[in-house]
Design a protein around this ligand. Structure first.
Ligand SMILES: [Zn+2]
Length: 696
């Protein structure tokens, strides 16, 4: 379960990794990285009117979203470049040559099974049959725990109760760091059970939401037909499934309430959990998934959900539950089956929900699946090619510079008293920096991978990962662990480990460019670093101390001051997003927006210090005619030149804690007098907000 990891990107370009039509496109472009160029701006536009358009309009016009993508931006070429490196390693290992290492056998055979389209067509849903029959054998609701446990060990994502409670059938189960004692790992039980991205999709009643629900019901029905039901049975089952999931959605805690860790911190014994839902045999579940028979305690993130679930279990017959389980098994397996499953799955999840026009080529889907299932060892191949020690040294130095900037910032805050400042600095200095890749590569030797069945390979990898998560329960926390693989283009702050993590995948152009000068690098990756550090001090992060414990280290006065400043950000970002056709909830995005704003200030302070140490100034023109201050802001906007399809935009605004790219640029710079100075904007210009918000 991942409750508290806070990533940088809403669309990490891997949000939609649903499969499809697999022809190798011979016209694919050569992988190429995007480099920052200040002359990309549209000089006919005024930077003080709409900075995003000033920087991005030319790039966006010249780079329309490809049919198989739902978003496209200056970082997308990097995604393709990273995937090509993994592809080469996978292809090389796929020939069953003598002398392959054990790990080469695994990645090579995984690749061979995934890319073998004739084999996948011939298999159809053959490999799913035993698991479907197992569900058909369910005689009463008392067997629900056993059935759910079985599905959780097969379908990827059962342990990941993240912001989208979609992956797990019925509920989520896994290990969690204890909120009160971060050195301990306990068992976690989370809400789950949905097939749509979150509860709002079931509960909103505007026309667009209703249309999506209707399409969802049709999709469920079609998938059940593919799994062997006749069409009238499938249509009736889809109605039942929608009724069950809607009832679960009503019982779920909403994602704004979930932002406050206090609301999730409900410790129980297994007996207490059992008392919440007497109709679900927890002892059976725990034994079937091979979790330790006892845990220090069970963190039940939303007790109300489980009370609701008890009612829902009682209200539905065993036939209803068989249909529900069939749907979740097929749903979680569809990407690994034949074309009919893959196409139907793509049509709803990528096309309807996100607006994709074509499926990704199969090789890219296989690279992403291999990265998910074996990535903590496969990533070594990426690091060897793409992340030399010189890049690690320079980005590590930048992280230190930005941390130092926050230290300076805290010292200078007029609204914070000395006692809180001292605590804030203790927390800041305790942050552990993780740059590029983990110190130890994961041992996948117990995962069975063959060339015969892609589905079975995914099931084996899922079993391994689920077990690995459960084995942590009752043991001391492993502080060295990463939750993103090295080629990932993203970054995160982990409040319970108090670590910032920058995978090698994002320490590349246009984020970090080894060939670039300081200003563009601080504006791009420097801001990413500042963003992650600020997460330690946003509305969520500030509730944890330097050891990762949920502990209030703020004086009441300073907490009040913080909340006023936070409210300014919430109000600013609570606004209609016309291009998405929906309103943003600033309470949902408060943490990310605070991190964007704080991150930019810290990165600029760090750049200022850096230039000063070299005897240079932010405002002295370089030979190219731009000042470092200007290039800092240009490079920031450049990294967010990113277009979304309207469907994706709507889904992101409704479900995701990140603002969409244009707002990540304009709402931030318009809060900064430093920006006004860079482009000599007049008071009253749209990029000079009358009420400027600032937390950090
Ligand atoms: Zn973030």
């Amino acid at each position: 379960m991942r409750l508290a990891k806070i990533a940088l990107l809403a669309v990490s370009f891997v949000v939609v990794c649903y499969p499809g039509n697999a022809q190798q496109n011979s016209a694919e472009p050569a992988p190429k990285l995007e480099h920052f160029d200040p002359n990309m701006v549209d000089k006919t536009l005024d930077p003080c009117q709409d900075f995003y358009q000033y920087v991005c309009s030319k790039w966006n016009a010249a780079n329309p979203i490809p049919a198989d993508q739902v978003a496209w931006g200056t970082g997308s070429g990097l995604q393709y470049w990273n995937e090509n490196i993994l592809r080469q390693a996978l292809e090389k290992a796929s020939a069953p040559a003598r002398g392959r290492s054990d790990f080469e056998q695994k990645i090579g055979d995984y690749w061979a099974a995934c890319t073998n389209e004739p084999g996948l067509e011939a298999a159809g849903s053959r490999d799913l049959k035993p698991d479907l029959q197992r569900i058909d054998g369910m005689k009463s609701n008392s067997e629900l725990a056993d059935q759910v446990a079985h599905i959780h060990t097969l379908v990827p994502g059962a342990w990941e109760g993240d912001d989208n409670q979609t992956a797990a059938a019925l509920l989520g189960f896994g290990s969690l760091q204890d909120f009160d004692d971060a050195s301990k790992v306990v068992a976690g039980i989370d809400q789950g059970g949905l097939g749509l991205p979150n509860r709002d999709f079931y509960l909103k009643d505007d026309a667009k939401s209703k249309e999506i629900l209707t399409k969802y019901e049709m999709h469920v029905s079609k998938m059940l037909v593919l799994a062997g039901e006749n069409s009238s049975q499938a249509a009736a089952d889809a109605k039942t499934i929608l009724a069950i999931e809607t009832a679960m959605a009503k019982a779920q805690m909403d994602n704004v309430t979930r932002r406050d860790p206090k609301n999730l911190n409900n410790k129980m014994s297994l007996e207490q959990v059992q008392a919440l839902m007497p109709s679900f045999n927890w002892k059976t579940y725990v034994a079937d998934v091979a979790a330790p028979p006892s845990a220090p305690h069970y963190l039940v993130t939303s007790p109300e959900f489980f009370k609701g679930l008890e009612q829902i279990i009682q209200q539905h017959s065993v036939e209803d539950w068989r249909a529900y389980l069939r749907w979740h098994l097929v749903h979680g397996s569809a990407p690994y089956l034949s074309k009919a499953f893959v196409d139907e799955n793509w049509d709803f999840y990528s096309h309807t929900l996100f607006g994709s026009k074509a499926q990704l080529p199969r090789w890219r889907r296989c690279v992403r699946a291999a990265d998910r299932d074996l990535g903590m060892a496969l990533g070594q191949a990426y690091v060897e090619v793409a992340f030399p020690p010189s890049s690690k040294d320079r980005t590590t130095a930048m992280v230190h510079d930005v941390e130092h900037a926050l230290d300076q910032d805290i010292s200078g805050l007029s609204w914070m008293q000395a006692a809180t400042k001292e605590q804030a600095k203790i927390k800041l200095h305790a942050i552990e920096d993780k740059i590029g890749y983990p110190n130890h590569w994961r041992d996948y030797s117990s995962v069975k991978i063959t060339r015969d069945s892609y589905l079975n390979n995914v099931h084996e990898a899922t079993k391994f990962e689920f077990q690995r998560q459960l084995n942590k329960i009752g043991k001391p926390v492993d502080r060295g662990e990463w939750t993103m693989t090295p080629p990932t283009i993203n970054a995160y702050y982990d409040p319970q480990l108090n670590t910032i993590n920058f995978p090698a995948g994002i320490l590349q152009p246009p984020y970090f460019d080894p060939g670039e000068e300081d200003a563009p690098n601080y504006g791009a990756v420097g801001m990413v670093i500042g963003h992650e550090i600020t997460h330690g001090f946003d509305d969520q992060g500030r509730k944890f101390d330097g050891q990762g414990n949920l502990r209030d280290w703020w004086t009441p006065e300073d907490a009040k001051e913080y909340e006023q400043r936070d409210q300014c950000i919430i109000d600013e970002y609570t606004e209609e997003i016309p291009e998405a056709g929906v309103k943003q909830n600033g309470q949902l995005t408060a943490g990310e927006d605070t991190a964007d704003n704080g991150g930019m200030r810290l990165a600029l302070m760090a750049l200022d210090n850096k230039l000063e140490s070299k005897g240079k100034s932010l405002d002295a023109k370089d030979p190219d005619g731009w000042t470092p201050r200007q290039k800092f802001f240009l490079s920031y906007a450049n990294e967010w030149c990113q277009q979304y399809r309207p469907e994706l935009m709507r889904t992101v605004v409704l479900t995701n804690p990140h603002s969409i790219p244009k707002y990540r640029v304009n709402n931030v710079v318009s809060n900064m007098p430093e920006f006004q100075q860079a482009f000599s904007c007049k008071a009253g210009a749209p990029m000079v907000r009358a009420k400027q918000c600032r937390v950090w």
